[in-house]
Structures are given as structure tokens and as C-alpha cells.
Design a protein around this ligand. Structure first.
Ligand code: ADP
Length: 155
């Protein structure tokens, strides 16, 4: 059976923290689907099309990585894609506590069919988050070292 992983997130925008997790997961799976979760309740800085374009441009060198968009429960999306794994990154204890609850829930509601696989952030990248990058962007700071080179905004 193919080992397919879904890496779900908002990617508003993709950062070098996300990129690092994806790059390191590439050898572990047959295919990784980087999936932008669309949540009607959530306000995003960048439209979905823009976030998707940046992901595609940043990840196109990885032949086993796809970019997609989904709504609804991540586990339902995984089933539609025949993915048995959810990939998540861990930066700090707060991430751990939050992710632990979601991972247990997802395993329970799928009757133990879906496992969440965690990769620890590379040292030196644990402080990077999309929300901090958005703050730097909004205030015209230099965000270029925090995101892949394909991510650029018009001033
Ligand atoms: P979400 O809204 O689901 O948290 P994000 O786009 O913020 O979506 O994050 C998606 C995933 O990437 C999460 O698993 C998050 O922990 C991980 N991630 C984000 N930034 C980093 C980083 N700097 N290092 C490692 N993992 C990260």
C-alpha cells in the first residue's frame, strides 16, 4: 500500500519552517499532499489562490509533493485521498499540547486508521510562524529570510 501523507495547514503564507518539514518528510512517504484547509470562520491575509500559487512555486522541485485545497474535517479529506498519515510540525510545548489532542481525536474517530506523524522543527526555525511573518509583511519589514524565495509581495 502506498504511504500517502497529508500535510494540512493554512499556509498564510508558507514559511521556511513549513518548507523544512516538507523537505524532511519527502524521503519518508511515497506521496505528500500539502493541503490548504479552507475554514469559513477564519480570516486569512492572503486569498486561497495566492497561498496555493506560492506553495506550488516553492515545492515544484519535489516530484512526490502535490498541493490541494479542502474543506471539512482533515480525516475525511485523508480518506478521500487514501492517505493513512497526517504530517504535522512541532515547534514547542504549546504545539505539542494542541497537536496531541487533535491527533488522539483523529485516531479515535477514524477507528485507528489514521496516524499523525510529527517532525520536530529544525533548530533555528522554531520561532518562525506564519502569523509573525504576516506581521513583518504588514509593517513593511524584511520578511525575505523567513519565507521561500518564491514568496514575494507587491509593495
Ligand atoms: P495551522 O493553521 O493548521 O496551524 P499552519 O500553516 O500555521 O496551519 O501550520 C501548519 C503546520 O506547520 C503545523 O503542523 C505547524 O506546527 C507546522 N509549522 C508551522 N511553522 C513551523 C515551523 N517553524 N517549524 C516546524 N513546523 C512548523
Amino acid at each position: 500500500m502506498e504511504r500517502i501523507a497529508v500535510f494540512p495547514g493554512s499556509f498564510d503564507p508558507i514559511t521556511i519552517g513549513h518548507f523544512d518539514i516538507i523537505e524532511r518528510a519527502v524521503p519518508l512517504f511515497d506521496k505528500i499532499i500539502v493541503a490548504i484547509g479552507q475554514n469559513a470562520e477564519k480570516k486569512y491575509m492572503f486569498p486561497m489562490e495566492q497561498r496555493k500559487k506560492w506553495l506550488e512555486a516553492s515545492l515544484h522541485k519535489f516530484k512526490n509533493v502535490e498541493v490541494d485545497v479542502y474543506e471539512g474535517l482533515t480525516v475525511d479529506y485523508c480518506k478521500r485521498k487514501s492517505a493513512r498519515f497526517i504530517l504535522r510540525g512541532l515547534r514547542n510545548p504549546a504545539d505539542f499540547e494542541f497537536e496531541k489532542a487533535i491527533a488522539h481525536t483523529n485516531r479515535t474517530i477514524t477507528n485507528r486508521e489514521i496516524e499523525t506523524v510529527f517532525l520536530l522543527t529544525s533548530s533555528g526555525k522554531s520561532y518562525i510562524s506564519s502569523s509573525i511573518v504576516r506581521d513583518v509583511m504588514r509593517n513593511n519589514g524584511d520578511y525575505t529570510l523567513l519565507v521561500p524565495p518564491e514568496v514575494r509581495i507587491q509593495q
